[in-house]
Design a protein around this ligand. Structure first.
Ligand code: CDP
Ligand code: CDP
Length: 209
């Protein structure tokens, strides 16, 4: 069984994906980490976001087994990730890895922006998770504050709105709800209620509670 979880920044898709994977005993891939790793590598090497050949080379050289999720979740990396994610050659280099992850393990939960539309259009269950920009910014703000990053709520909201616009507006695999994806708006839901709503969708689809 393949489960595809897509949605905008800080919608809670990673939290839901991890919970469903644990519940069903399936492996989980946070595909955003791949783009974050390329974005972080570009920042570190001083590669310009216009240099698409160099960005594609960074994506091709990515060691997906050695991604440091903690470091890659830092604030500035999200912006860099969304810049490199708009480059078709970068997406192309990361495609096989993600499709193989979905296909070769007898099941998986993947979360990102284009799982239901591009990576695993055959998924048995697709959930498009969303919430208002303000609710998402508040969540990300709390998260960054816990990590000790010095940011304001307004900065986080501006970053999220810019990233939403770039991710939805790009020509290559834009963020969008697949026509057969279930919409889960968790604006008024806390973490546990949001996970419970997703588990109910799984039970409904598979007969497993
Ligand atoms: O956790 P958050 O939603 O803030 O970001 P993420 O899922 O780690 O993704 C970071 C960036 O990678 C996004 O803003 C997208 O531009 C890009 N991304 C993508 O294009 N396609 C995916 N399947 C996953 C992420
Ligand atoms: O993966 P994505 O960027 O979509 O979001 P996440 O990393 O799963 O969640 C962002 C933050 O929102 C985490 O600190 C969650 O605990 C929190 N949160 C949530 O996931 N769901 C809610 N309904 C409310 C808060």
């Amino acid at each position: 069984m393949i489960i595809a979880i897509d949605g905008p920044a800080a919608s809670g898709k990673g939290t839901i994906a991890r919970a469903l994977a644990a519940h069903l005993g399936l492996p989980h891939l946070d595909t955003g980490l791949l783009y974050r790793a390329v974005g972080a590598a570009a920042l570190e090497a001083g590669v310009a976001f216009e240099d698409t050949a160099a960005l594609a080379a960074l994506a091709a050289g990515l060691d997906s087994a050695r991604l440091d999720a903690e470091a890659l979740k830092a604030g500035p990396v999200g912006e860099a990730a969304s810049r490199v994610a708009a480059v078709p050659a970068v997406r192309e280099k990361l495609l096989r890895l993600q499709k193989d992850f979905a296909g070769q393990r007898g099941g998986a939960v993947l979360d990102g922006r284009d799982i239901g539309t591009v990576i695993a259009p055959q998924a048995q269950l697709k959930i498009f998770v969303t919430a208002t920009p303000e609710a998402r910014a508040e969540r990300r703000y709390q998260e960054l504050a816990r990590r000790g990053e010095a940011v304001t709520f307004e900065q986080v909201l501006a970053d999220i709105e810019m990233r939403d616009a770039r991710d939805s507006g790009r020509a290559s695999a834009p963020l969008m709800r697949a026509s057969d994806a279930v919409l889960l708006d968790n604006t008024g839901l806390d973490r546990d209620a949001s996970i419970a709503a997703a588990l109910a969708l799984v039970a409904d689809r598979t007969g497993r509670s």
